[in-house]
Design a protein around this ligand. Structure first.
Ligand code: FPP
Ligand code: MG
Ligand code: MG
Length: 413
């Protein structure tokens, strides 16, 4: 599959859109207060990977294509049944819709590996690897790569919510740097950094309200709640009692936390963009599952990289095992705990606060199968994300999302 996926550069498809987005965000963050302006400008001097808006923009194109196809099919009289959507507009079912039927089979939980689902994933992936070269954007088989204005706004909103959460996160984590520069709170102090994060969030909320779509407002409001709840779950997972519970409970707690702190934004903004594209409920569900599974895979990679690269910074220095230094046990440690419950249970429970705890855990992670098992889990979620994408009709943007998923799980930073 990997070889067949080469060809489409996800960023190339939305390069112009991303450029406009940065301009619009700068405009959104202008205020009457010169100090606030300075903080906002400081933060956006260097953009991050912009993965969330990238996903929203590409997915917008992919689902808009489908609506376009559907309209063409309806126009030619080939459509099946039709109905009205919530907004009272005509909504027709096209021949693709049957493919959304088994969507529930893709939803996940670790103990839910049914043969049926695996079969579905395999066939979806096989389909994805067929004839990809047909969908190169240069050949432009009538694909418009259309992003609607509300979907553009949504891409900006996702980036704003994300950056607000990072400014706050760096205070919570006492991080010295972000994106290679001193963290906002290090430059402007905690008070201004907290307020700047609030301001970003307020601007995102205003922009969201202006979409005049209560369903989308609710989805993104849920994301903000999930971000906070995820952080609380992470702070609270010292709960020594947790490590007397079953393995399943411990992993479920971790995966639930991962959904809340990272995947919820991917999942709900993916659903929101499908809604803004006026697609079917089933398509919105497919978009949600794609975002959810991509988000979990993305965070799992982040947790894995903490043990394999010096991608994280503590006190201004690149370090390995930064999560453990913050007292946090992620998937690699949990797998190592599964292999050595007696040794690691107490260390995790006391959040690695004794002098040798991090080193002991680090060695156990590296000497057993913990990293390999985490990689397997990454692939499981990435495959689920790709399988969801394969329920959308083929298009350059769908291909770009498949490539993006692939490159995110093999990223080194
Ligand atoms: C980065 O994770 C942080 C998050 C995914 C979310 C942080 C959320 C909050 C602080 C709640 C407040 C939310 C809002 C919307 C203001 P990380 O610390 O694991 O990764 P890092 O290495 O990038 O710091
Ligand atoms: Mg954090
Ligand atoms: Mg952090």
């Amino acid at each position: 599959v990997k070889k067949d996926m080469e060809g489409i550069d996800p960023i190339a498809l939305v390069k112009e859109e991303l450029g406009h987005m940065s301009d619009n965000i700068s405009r959104l963050l202008e205020s009457e207060n010169p100090t606030l302006n300075k903080v906002a400008k400081y933060y956006f001097q260097s953009t991050g990977k912009q993965i969330r808006p990238l996903v929203v923009l590409l997915l917008s194109q992919a689902v808009n294509d489908m609506v376009k196809n559907r309209q063409e099919i309806s126009a030619s009289g080939a459509a099946g049944s039709s109905g009205l959507n919530a907004a009272g507009q005509q909504r027709s079912m096209d021949q693709e819709d049957y493919r959304f039927m088994d969507v529930s089979l893709f939803d996940n939980s670790l103990d839910n590996d049914s043969v049926v689902r695996d079969k579905l994933i395999r066939s979806a992936l096989a389909e994805a690897s067929n004839g990809k070269s047909m969908y190169l954007p240069t050949s432009n088989n009538g694909y418009g790569l259309v992003v609607l204005p509300p979907q553009r706004r949504l891409a900006e909103i996702t980036e704003l919510i994300h950056t607000a959460s990072l400014i706050h996160d760096d205070i919570v984590d006492q991080a010295a740097t972000r994106r290679g520069m001193p963290a906002t709170h290090k430059v402007f102090g905690n008070k201004m950094a907290v307020l700047a994060g609030d301001f970003f969030l307020a601007r995102a909320s205003m922009s969201l309200a202006r979409l005049r779509n209560p369903e989308v407002v609710e989805l993104l409001a849920t994301v903000i709640m999930d971000l906070v709840e995820g952080e609380f779950k992470q702070l609270g997972n010292s709960g020594s009692s947790k490590f007397n519970e079953s393995e399943l409970d411990v992993f479920n707690y971790y995966l639930q936390k991962t959904y809340l702190k990272t995947a919820s934004l991917f999942a709900n903004s993916s659903r929101a963009t499908a809604i803004l594209g006026n697609t079917s409920d089933k398509c919105a569900e497919v978009a949600y599952l794609f975002g959810k599974n991509l988000g979990i895979a993305f965070q799992l990679v982040d947790d894995l990289l903490d043990f394999t690269t010096t991608s994280k910074m503590v006190a201004g220095k690149p370090v390995q095992g930064a999560d453990m230094k913050l007292g946090i046990a992620t998937a690699p440690v949990l797998y190592a705990w599964q292999e050595n419950p007696g040794v690691l249970g107490p260390l995790i429970a006391r959040r690695f606060k004794e002098p040798d705890d991090c080193k002991i855990a680090w060695d156990l992670v590296h000497s057993g199968q913990a990293l390999a098992k985490t990689r397997t889990l990454v692939h499981l979620y990435a495959e689920k994300a790709m399988a969801s994408l394969c329920l959308l009709p083929p298009s350059p943007s769908r291909q770009a999302l498949l490539n993006l998923t692939h490159s995110l799980i093999y990223r080194k930073f």
